[in-house]
Design a protein around this ligand. Sequence first.
Ligand code: ADP
Length: 499
Amino acid sequence: MAKINNDDFEYVFQNTIVGQAFVSLEGKCMKANTALCKILGYTKEEIKHIYYHDISHEDDIELTKSKYNHALKNNTSSYQYERRCYCKNREVIWALVNTTLIKDKRGNPLYFFTQIQDITSRKKHEQGLKDVQERYELVLRASQEGIWDNPDNTKNYEYWSDQYKRMLGYRPDEIEGSAKLFFSHLHSDDIQKTKKAMADHAKNKSHPYSTEYRLRTKSGQYKWFKTYGIITSKNGKDRSTGSLSDIHSQKMAENVLERNKKKLLEYTKELERINEDLDSFAYIASHDLKEPIRNIVTNIYLLQEDHKNILDDNINKRLEKIIFLCDKMEQIINSLLDFAKLKNKDLKIKRIDLNEIIKSIISTYELSNTNISFKLPSPLPKTICDEVTITEVFRNLISNAIKYNNKKQKIVEISYTNTMGNNGIPKNVFYVKDNGIGIDEKHKKDIFQLFKRLDNTEDKVEGTGIGLTFVKKIIDRHGGKIWVDSDLQKGSTFYFTIC
Ligand code: ADP
């Protein structure tokens, strides 16, 4: 048999693309080939002064030592491992190290023959894959979504993530996923639409398909899930991949909401019908009532005229009282009619100068009353509203501020402040403030109710208890709010916003 001569060995040793070196038992590089010098960045002269620990990365020194000691102790001839090495420029590379312990004829260790391959790019690639896998698992854990993947679009096997199985109530090791199993768990009412969603997507794959369906869980109960899926093709084969989220509670809540919405709609319709009936009743009744009242008054006047000789003062006083009450009843009926009309009245919304409105209202009081003073600290801003009804609001509030006031000098302040609206935009809050009799805390809500007049309202103060209801309705129709702040005997402030 032909012998390999030394020159051939030297030629192969020097020219192979794998880094190679003879290393003494103390770890010193005795001889290295060109490839190793290139990998580590040393010249052949420099590398002869290098010990293995000079190039070992701190984190792998222990591993390197243990491999070396193990080889010596157990007289192992070859071993392989991966470790990081420092190059001359301190750059770190990953190396696949193959070491063979060379022994003499008696088996005594002489030195090591080491081969080093630079596997840095493979390691980086592996690390990248590991990172991707780790990220994928973390995202899955965080999203609580189940995942399926059918790489060959077969019926008998499909990857189901652990979470997918748990969502169906199974332990991850309890079942193997498959398309067949999926369809056997799918509610019969949802099979058609699920197949259709898949088939539609297969025709146009520009967007993932999405559908909601019920799957039978291990306990036999059906639960609602939402799925997003895509079908991709590679080398003529379809692959089906997707995610599954549990929407059962949301679906149940939606059902309740839907039922409540339906009920609410029914109630609203009923309420609208009742309101319409009430409105037409109020309108017809008010209209029809006015005539008999006018007749009563006319008859009383006739009675007084025809029998003035026999009617004594007492009877006349009573008849006057009846006329007064009839007038009051007519006032109430008129207010009721206005109130009923307000609902259907079209508001003419435009930018209005409120200062003009206030000027015209207070001018009627200023002419004849010296015991009323009006304070207007700052001009009111131009406001978008219906002029006619908003005039009614100010007229009512100003008239009440004067009516329900027992002070010698009645003071009425009309102005506005600002508040922050829900949408973050400041809103104007208008107010009418008086130094009148005030309103007890317990009555603050009642005063906006129809015909509500308070116990402390003196009989001689004219009113029907409809004004504030009217005001509230106008403010409501403008989308605003009205409320009152008050101190008994000190005065009240009525605040309101317009939209
Ligand atoms: P009316 O003035 O015709 O009685 P309103 O609806 O305007 O009806 O007012 C309801 C009740 O609220 C009044 O009867 C009165 O008791 C009370 N009220 C209204 N405005 C004031 C005010 N500025 N100060 C004190 N009480 C008031």
